[in-house]
Design a protein around this ligand. Structure first.
Ligand code: PLP
Length: 468
């Protein structure tokens, strides 16, 4: 394909995308293929000769698309959303066409400076004070890894990268059992070791870390000669939206001189609505905060905003400057590759800029407020329906429930079967989780194009398929 062919196919791709989205409600949300079906439909050897674009496109439609789960479906109620607003898809199209490597200021000055500007827009949008500086990472997992590496280096007086961890006391990091597994992975990769990730018991309806137990765990570790390094708090945990009392945890972190990172990967987007900010009260005292505009807000995956109270700590942890990456003669510039684990960087700021401008914060707030209201309505309806029980009340737009008719002994198997039947039916898509050991059904409303009717349909499908 040359760029003249691209002109034709680019137009067709735009038409295809608009048609695809217009017809999404007619497709089953979750892919309905069996494992291996797509693989076996694909030739086992690569083509030696060029193939016509039309043939490639036909196979894309006939072989690939039936094997896709539709994350942009308005009735996608599983996991968390990965919203791609049309305007952010458009921005990604431009980014793909430019195909710049945005690792250093001089390799893409506008990308760097736009990133600085939109991160500060996001900081203001979610109500973080102006002491925070933002950077865009590929994922919350990466941002959390950066935070763990920084807490490790800070605790080791910046010697860990050079000397490793051998001979050091056991380093300890604290969190609740409600945090996402990206925290475990960051601990593994940083060489701290899972056994040194100390799970603090939770309490109350928010399933928040018990600050008294946290203080006691740190004291016990210090007495045992271990080295407490940091705390990872969460606002909006993945299973049920668990949210730590950040202010209480901060009191401990400050008294103990520990680094604190707040994972608000999903719920952080809701903080553009001032009324939800009580959920993370105290966050302004954290060392770093991560939230994913690529989840709820509508900036196409991938786009994670990572806010730092002192970016120098991160740069000190990650910066490495071989001669071939030096930017002689450019003063006062930022090279964001020194703020992240990968060197190469996509131009992720463009879609966030397009998104915020095209919808305005007020437009995005309206979407989030609707989702929260609709999820609360659905929870209330299920709560009023015989044999359904709400297990965890709505945390923003996320709640869990289960079907518990009399006479069913294995409720876990019964509810897993219900989830499977709902997803095979295809009109909606949701998933299960475990709460206090029990298998429950998890629901979140968050699709960019969802309507009140889409959420109401979830009630119809759930109750219809649960009926004996
Ligand atoms: N933190 C929380 C609370 C999450 O729910 C998730 C993913 O769902 C992550 C972190 C990881 O996000 P990412 O896929 O951006 O690494």
């Amino acid at each position: 394909m040359n760029w003249e062919d691209f002109r034709h196919w680019g137009r067709r791709a735009a038409d295809w995308a608009a048609d695809y989205h217009a017809g999404l409600r007619n497709r089953p949300v979750r892919a309905q293929v069996s494992p291996g079906a797509v693989l076996s439909a694909l030739p086992s050897t690569p083509p030696e000769s060029a193939e016509a674009m039309q043939a490639i496109f036909d196979d894309f439609e006939q072989t690939i698309m039936p094997g896709m789960t539709h994350w942009q479906h308005p009735r996608f109620f599983a996991y968390f959303p990965a919203n791609a607003a049309p305007v952010s898809v458009l921005a990604e199209y431009f980014v793909s066409a430019i195909a710049a490597q945005c690792m250093l200021w001089q390799t893409s000055p506008a990308a760097t400076e736009l990133e600085t500007r939109v991160c500060d827009w996001m900081r203001q949008a979610v109500g973080l004070p102006d002491g925070f500086t933002g950077v865009i990472q590929d994922s919350a997992s990466s941002a959390t890894l950066c935070a763990v590496l920084t807490m490790r280096e800070r605790a080791l007086a910046w010697q860990g990268n050079k000397a490793g961890l051998a001979g050091q006391p056991q380093m300890r990091v604290y969190c609740s059992a409600e945090v996402h597994t990206s925290i475990d992975r960051a601990i593994w990769i940083a060489g701290i070791g899972e056994d040194n990730l100390i799970r603090i018991p939770t309490q109350g309806p928010n399933r928040a870390m018990d600050a008294t137990a946290l203080r006691a765990a740190i004291a016990a570790d210090r007495a045992a000669g271990h080295l407490p390094a940091g705390i990872i708090a969460c606002t909006g945990g993945t299973s049920a939206g668990a949210s730590d009392d950040i202010a209480a945890v901060m009191d401990v972190a400050e008294a103990e001189g520990l680094y604190i990172h707040v994972d608000a990967a999903w719920a952080g987007s809701a903080m553009i609505c001032p009324e939800f900010r009580t959920l993370w009260a105290g966050v302004e005292r954290a060392d770093s905060v991560v939230l994913n505009p690529h989840k709820w807000l509508g900036a196409q995956f991938d786009c994670t905003t990572h806010f730092l109270r002192d970016p120098e700590d991160l740069v000190r942890t990650l910066a490495i400057q071989p001669e071939y990456l030096k930017t002689h003669g450019a003063d006062g510039i930022v090279n964001y590759s020194e703020w992240s684990v990968p060197l190469g960087r996509r131009f992720r700021a463009l879609k966030l800029w397009f998104l915020i401008r095209a919808h305005g914060l007020e437009g995005l707030r309206e979407m989030i407020r609707n989702h929260v209201t609709w999820a609360q309505d659905l929870a209330a309806r299920l709560d009023d329906t015989a044999n359904f029980e709400i297990v965890t009340a709505p945390m923003l737009s996320l709640f869990t429930f289960r079907h518990a008719p009399a006479g069913v002994h294995d409720l876990d198997a019964h509810n897993q079967d219900l989830v499977n039947r709902i997803n095979t039916d295809g009109r909606i898509y949701l998933t299960q989780t475990r709460i206090d050991g029990n298998l429950v059904i998890r629901f979140q409303a968050g699709a960019f194009t969802a309507t009140a009717e889409d959420v109401a349909m979830a009630y119809d499908v759930i109750t219809e398929l649960a009926a004996p």
